[in-house]
Design a protein around this ligand. Structure first.
Ligand code: FER
Length: 278
């Protein structure tokens, strides 16, 4: 695994804010903001891959940028030539900012990340493709996230596979059947992911999954059995330890816990494979 340690680079990207409105099911309009990492040297003569990177429970569009060194990790990846310059969009999956006070409400969180799939399709992806010079096809789009952002990523796989080709769930499992579903409803979850995808137009050469967590992460007991159960569906999920082979990957960092700095290392490690070198 490639490890990022902070070091200053000559050329740094910038963070921009994009604002947009999104309508709830009952028509209520919410005003939203997403941060966008624009790589150094961004030039509208080129077209860029886009990674949508989602925060964890209780977070917002600033969480990744505040809680870890992602901005320097992205600068380093690009300056070192490990990844072609790409855009990173940091949205907020909550409709309204509702900082979590008490214990996690599984059904509220699940509702928020599910609701976000429509916002991604109807509002955010069109906005980003309109405002930036993107590769505006599923091949040019990846989505990843930490914890509830990992849960969001699995729902994107189920709901938005026609728009996105590459998925990076970090320390989050698939909650289709309910909270912590990868651990609680392991076999059903793997079977649902398989059958739903199998029924659609996309085959194993059309998408890639890069999952990651840490051995001491609270999501490890939920994500690991789900990944293991998915491995048997080899005609769709072809597992390989080599990121260049197969379409399904899982990296567990020894001793790592449920934190942004820990999963930031997975972003650094997986980034070269998330976006095609152009
Ligand atoms: C998991 C996925 C998400 C998990 C926890 C979370 C315990 C989220 C926790 C939170 O937002 O507080 O598998 O395992």
């Amino acid at each position: 695994m490639k490890i990022h340690t902070h070091h200053d680079v000559a050329n740094t990207g910038t963070i921009e804010q994009v604002r947009y409105d999104t309508a709830g099911a009952d028509g209520t309009v919410f005003h939203k903001c997403a941060n966008v990492y624009v790589p150094y040297g961004y030039d509208t003569a080129n077209r860029y891959n886009v990674l949508y990177l989602i925060h964890g429970g209780g977070g917002d569009e600033n969480a990744w940028l505040k809680e870890c060194d992602i901005q320097n990790a992205l600068d380093c990846l690009i300056e070192e030539g490990l990844a072609a310059p790409f855009l990173v969009v940091f949205p907020c999956f909550y409709r309204e900012r509702t900082p979590r006070g008490g214990p996690m409400d599984e059904s509220a969180e699940r509702g928020a990340v599910l609701g976000f799939q429509r916002e991604l399709r109807q509002d955010l992806i069109p906005l980003i493709d309109g405002k930036y010079s993107t590769i505006s096809s599923r091949e040019g789009r990846a989505i990843g996230g930490f914890s509830m952002g990992g849960v969001t990523t699995w729902f994107a796989f189920l709901e938005n596979l026609d728009l996105i080709s590459t998925f990076m769930p970090l320390s989050g499992d698939c909650w289709y059947y309910g909270g912590l579903g990868g651990g609680k409803y392991t076999e059903e979850t793997a079977q649902y992911l398989y059958e739903t995808t199998k029924a659609g137009p996309f085959g194993k050469d059309d998408f890639r999954i890069f999952a990651g967590t840490g051995s001491k992460d609270i999501a490890y007991p939920n994500l690991t059995p789900q990944v293991e159960a998915m491995k048997k569906y080899t005609d769709l999920f072809e597992f390989s330890d080599d990121p260049e082979e197969g379409n399904f990957h899982y990296v567990v960092t020894d001793g790592a816990e449920h934190t942004y700095p820990a999963v930031c290392q997975h972003v650094y490690n997986f980034a070269p494979y998330l976006v095609k070198l152009t």
